[in-house]
Design a binder for this molecule. Structure first.
Ligand SMILES: [Zn+2]
Length: 500
């Protein structure tokens, strides 16, 4: 038995000005790892790719990993990057194999293709023909196109957000395919979409309604589905099929797959109002933060200030200064802020050295033309407190064991606020990112995070309160700021009369 196992993961925010060349898929190198290097990077990690490798080795299968490519979310993937990665995968598949296992995201847009995964799967299917099974692990933020369902054999999506079940998802998709190879199952799949764009801030799987929707998926799997997945979708993408969808894989029972898929879609539609996020004005959030500091015990853990409009794990520039500026203006004390993306500012601090006093024009280097905003740096003075190479290994529970790399990094201490400044995007979902820059967030009064939901994976248990702060950025939850030109209409909640 010979398997081709590969990864191409990118969530595309079509409003993001952050470019997506091949190097963004390579974690500090020029090109993503291939072959033995790819296996070494992912074997034993909490990723879907790690799970595929595990399954192949358990089964005693011969396998090859032509490429493992994962990039932080950003703007449309450059055509050359897509062709490089897809080319490696297709070349390997063309050598002949019994099955293909792919660790994909599901919301990748390239310069040419609005449905990047559908295009990849179409190419792979054209090479292997109709009989070779293709198993696919997808992120819960998949924007599902028909070409994905039509060309895959078994699709499994994450059932948690924060995504702490990537590995389990790989096992679900991989086992369905291996069961087919062993003649023990015949996967049949049904999929569908709802005309709805849930707000990301309301998508967490600890919250209703996604908690109940994912529980129903797990129940279907307990009742015999090979894989049942409800995708909340990624709304900061102006493409036709953005939004909520579902896929159910059964064992040789297409009617049951259809019925269960339709049940999931109907449940989500009934609950659509719960997916709508109400935005609190930033001034009100700051007042609430001050009031919380006056009443909450100092030793109870930090109050998290969530800068959710500028989350790099949703394509944010990670350099807007609106929320950090409000924190500085409000005079909040004992704050750690993670993080501002500004490689030039890091270099200034490196040259000045630890202990030096410095004044910087910080952040705001990237314009955001898709939402009509210019970057607005802010002049900040402080002392260089810490310098780091920015490399760390995730402790989990999300992406456990994977390498993190925020590039050369520095901490600017204003006396009240310790600002982490980084040179490569990372979302603060793991304590190791803080340890790498010498900060213990559990000891701070406030922690500002550029994140929406994933921070809860590694830091959620520390927080004694959360204040959601609506700053500026391309991850805004204010749909009025996003020009939706290509998404199918009508769609809820953009259109009051949205039909199903
Ligand atoms: Zn996701």
């Amino acid at each position: 038995m010979k398997l081709v196992i590969a990864q191409m993961k990118h969530e595309t925010n079509t409003y993001s000005p952050v470019p997506t060349p091949l190097a963004r898929f390579a974690t500090g190198a020029a090109v993503p790892p291939e072959g033995a290097a790819a296996v070494a990077a992912y074997r034993g990690t909490g990723s879907a790719l790690g799970a595929f490798i595990e399954l192949a080795e358990e089964a005693g299968a011969e396998y090859t990993v032509p490429i493992a490519a994962s990039a932080w979310p950003s703007g449309p993937v450059h055509d050359a990057a897509f062709e490089h990665i897809a080319g490696r995968i297709c070349d390997a598949v063309a050598q002949g194999c019994d099955a293909v296992l792919l660790d994909l995201h599901g919301a990748m847009v390239t310069q040419t293709f609005d449905d990047g995964e559908g295009e990849l799967l179409r190419r792979v299917r054209a090479i292997v023909g109709p009989k070779v099974p293709i198993g696919v692990a997808l992120d819960m933020h998949t924007n599902l196109y028909d070409a994905m369902g039509a060309n895959a054999t078994a699709i499994a999506g994450y059932q948690t957000y924060p995504h702490i079940d990537m590995h389990a998802t790989g096992l679900r998709a991989g086992r369905a395919v291996l069961a087919q190879l062993a003649g023990k199952a015949k996967p049949t799949m049904a999929w569908g979409r709802n005309a709805m764009l849930p707000h990301v801030m309301r998508q967490g799987s600890a919250d209703s309604p996604n908690r109940e929707l994912q529980a129903r998926c797990q129940q279907m799997e307990a009742e015999g589905a090979l894989c049942a997945s409800l995708f909340v979708g990624f709304p900061n993408a102006d493409i036709r099929d953005a939004g909520l969808s579902a896929v159910v894989v059964t064992d040789n029972d297409p009617a049951l797959a259809r019925r269960w898929c339709d049940e999931l879609l109907a449940l989500a539609w009934e609950q659509r109002e719960k997916f709508v996020y109400r935005i609190e004005p930033l001034a009100e959030s700051m007042r609430r933060a001050q009031a919380l500091a006056a009443t909450k015990p100092a030793a109870g853990g930090p109050i998290v200030l969530l800068d959710h409009s500028d989350n790099c794990a949703s394509g944010g520039t990670m350099d807007t200064m609106t929320v950090l500026g409000a924190i500085l203006d409000a005079g909040l004390e004992d704050v750690a802020a993670f993080a501002i993306y500004d490689p030039a500012a890091v270099q200034q601090m490196v040259r000045a050295g630890v202990g030096a006093d410095i004044t910087l024009s910080l952040g705001g280097k990237l314009d955001m033309p898709a939402i009509g905003l210019k970057g607005q740096p802010r002049t900040v003075s402080g002392r260089v407190r810490f310098l780091s190479d920015g490399r760390y290994r995730n402790r989990g529970p999300m992406a456990r064991g994977e390498q993190g790399d925020m590039g050369p990094s520095a901490v600017l201490d204003t006396g009240r606020v310790q600002i982490v400044v980084i040179s490569d995007h990372v979302e603060p979902h793991d304590l190791a990112a803080f340890t790498a820059v010498g900060i213990a967030p559990e000891t701070k009064r406030f922690v500002m995070l550029k994140s929406r939901v994933h921070w809860r994976a590694g830091l959620g248990s520390l927080a004694q309160a959360v204040v959601e702060c609506a700053g500026t950025g391309v991850c805004t939850s204010d749909y009025d700021l996003l020009a939706f030109k290509k998404v199918r209409r009508p769609i809820y909640p953009l259109d009051a009369a949205a039909a199903k």
